[in-house]
Every structure is written in C-alpha cells, then in structure tokens.
Write a protein that binds this ligand. Structure first.
Ligand code: GTP
Ligand code: MG
Length: 335
C-alpha cells in the first residue's frame, strides 16, 4: 500500500512550514478516514491527519524507533477476553488518571472506539460484548501514550491485538509461526490470557491449560523472545471464578495455572500471575478488576526489544543502520 507509512509523513514541523495559516484552519483539511484517501496522491498544501485505525507493523516502526515504547502481545484462544482487556484500559483513562498515569496521546483512537462500542451502554446490548478480532487483519496494534508525573516521562504502549484463532492455528508449528509472526521477537511483554470461564469448568480446565502450554512452547521453540522479555499470565473473566459456589475452585484454578507458570519460567525469568475481570457480567467485581496490577507490572519493566521491529519493506531504507537491521531480520534491501 503506497501510503502505509502515512503517519511518518505528518510530523509537526510540516505544519509549521505551511506559509498560510488560513489554509491550515480552513475546512479543506483532509483526514484519512477512508481507504479511498489512502490511495490519493499527495496534494501540495493539504494537511493529512492520522487515520486513527489500529496500526500495521510498518506504521509502528516510526514510534518504536524514535520514542520509549513497549510492545505487549496478548496471546490467548479466541474469545478469552484479550481485546476486552485492551479496550477497558482505554476506557479507564477516559475521565481520570489511572494508576497514577495520565493519558497523553493515541494514534489509534478510531481503532479503540470501534472495539469499545459494544461494551458501552449506548450500543443497547443487554450484556457487554466485544467484536471478535478478525484473523485476516494486519492492523493489529493499538497505541496509547501514557505520562508518568513521577518520572516526568512518557511511554508508548503498543498492544498487539492478535486474533486468538489466528495465532492458535500455528500452535505446534514453529515454522509457520516464525514465518507469519517474526515481529513477536520484538515483544517486551507476553501477556498470556487464560479464559476464566473455561478454568471455572473442571471439564474444560486441563484442556485450556494444555492448549496454552503448547502455544507458549511453540513461541519459545521458535525463539521469539529475548533475555529482556517478560511474561504475565492472566486469568480473565475472573468474575466467573469469584461468583462460583464451589469453595475449592480458586485453589484448584491456582494449582492448574502453576503448571503454565512452571513452563513459561523455563524460558523467561520474570513471570507474574493476574486475576482480571475487564468487563464482569455480574455485580461482584468492578469493571477493570485487576487491571491496575497488570499496568503497574508493565510500567516497572524495562523495554529493550523494540529494536527487533523490522523497518517497513515499503520504506526507503535510507539509513545504513535500518538497512542492516532489516537484513538481519531476513528482509532483502535494494542497496
Ligand atoms: N464474564 C466476563 N466476560 C467477559 C469479560 N471480558 C470479556 N468477556 C466476554 O468475552 C467475550 C470475548 O471477549 P474478546 O475480548 O472479544 O475476546 P478475544 O480474546 O479478543 O477474542 P478473539 O478476538 O476472537 O481472539 C466478550 O464478548 C465478553 O462477552 C469479563 O471480564 N467477564
Ligand atoms: Mg479480540
């Protein structure tokens, strides 16, 4: 796509260089809300605004290459609650600071809004639900920049909203996983999401844990991690476990989850477990239950893996460093 790297072409400095400020504030400013506009040739004097959809791998490169960034990949089977966790984080920042952090910016407001709509009251749904993530979508990265007043610093969070169906179709197949998702090497945090509803059901629990163990082992056998990768294991939809009449359920779930922790700990030294109810469907737990602890865990960790993001093949690879980086990651450059 010719304009895949469009965000890269709208730095603030271009705005300052436009001689006539009236042009800037006129109604003729174009946005990139449609595919049609993507394909338009550049028009001199027109200002293009970001499309706001989730970003492709090519489009996150300018962010990770220039600013402090963390890449967080959610790995979980379909409908385990990954996207709901991501959109709830966004919604928790809507009115107030959260976890001592301030929402500072997002290049993917449209992407968040599209995914959040069905969890909101005005969708008129009886229960909060989230649209399933398409397995064919390349626009998987949701972006949020957060400001920490304690350190006076901003960090970009890039959440890989990967379809559960897509990634689990590579379970047990190191070769196809590596071919299809080499960028996972750049992940700073793997957030493995176990479906709490399945864990609450003792006929499904062992199967759910085994399946995730196999998925995690495929990722690690494919060497898609580094010494700096961290991991979190999430028990999602925790309201289903909390509300159960079975007094032994919590202990049984914890014990099963430990077998996944043991496996992941063989490859990654830093593993934490979090019980989360992003969008509980009973009144026992608050919306976003447990997300503060998860966010604090991400905040405390260093991020060093984003240099593994290949720069876009469609880019002009001008810098020798970028050319080398891209070649090291298996890409072919023309110079
Ligand atoms: N009970 C309960 N249900 C939840 C919670 N969070 C999400 N759900 C439900 O789980 C469904 C699936 O959530 P998604 O976030 O779409 O799941 P996903 O893992 O992104 O699924 P894929 O995109 O198909 O991989 C939602 O529609 C909700 O109905 C929760 O905290 N509690
Ligand atoms: Mg999803």
């Amino acid at each position: 796509m010719e304009d895949a790297n469009i965000i890269n072409r709208i730095p603030a400095i271009e705005v300052e260089q436009v001689p006539d400020i009236d042009t800037l504030i006129s109604d003729e400013i174009e946005t990139l809300n449609s595919d049609e506009l993507y394909e338009d040739a550049e028009k001199p004097g027109y200002l293009r605004l970001p499309h706001g959809n989730a970003l492709t791998l090519d489009e996150i490169y300018p962010i990770t290459a220039s600013e402090e960034s963390k890449i967080i990949a959610f790995i979980g089977p379909y409908e385990s609650g990954k996207t709901t966790i991501e959109t709830t984080i966004y919604q928790l920042f809507q009115r107030t600071p959260f976890c001592g952090l301030y929402f500072s910016d997002s290049a993917t407001l449209t992407g968040y809004e599209e995914r959040s709509f069905y969890t909101r009251l005005n969708s008129k749904n009886r229960t909060a639900s989230t649209l399933r993530t398409s397995r064919f979508n390349e626009r998987i990265f949701l972006h949020m920049k957060l400001f920490d007043p304690k350190t006076n610093s901003k960090t970009n969070y890039l959440f890989a909203d990967i379809s559960g169906e897509f990634i689990f179709s590579h379970k047990g197949n190191v070769t196809t996983l590596k071919e299809n998702m080499p960028f996972l090497k750049a992940t700073d945090d793997y957030t493995f999401v176990l479906d709490g509803v399945q864990l609450a059901d003792k006929t499904l629990r062992n199967g759910a844990i085994d399946s995730m163990r196999n998925m995690a082992r495929t990722i690690f056998d494919a060497q898609l991690f580094t010494n700096h990768t961290h991991a979190q294991i999430i028990v999602s939809k925790y309201d289903a476990i909390q509300a159960s009449a079975d007094a032994n359920l919590k202990a049984a779930v914890e014990k099963s989850v430990q077998s996944l922790v043991s496996l992941v700990s063989k490859y990654i030294s830093d593993v934490t477990v979090h019980n989360i109810a992003a969008m509980p469907q009973n009144k026992g737990l608050a919306i976003g239950y447990g997300i503060d602890g998860l966010l604090k865990t991400w905040m405390q960790k260093n991020c060093q893996n984003s240099s593994y993001i290949p720069c876009a093949p469609t880019n002009n690879l001008k810098s020798e460093f970028n050319k080398l980086n891209y070649k090291l990651l298996g890409g072919e450059t023309n110079g």
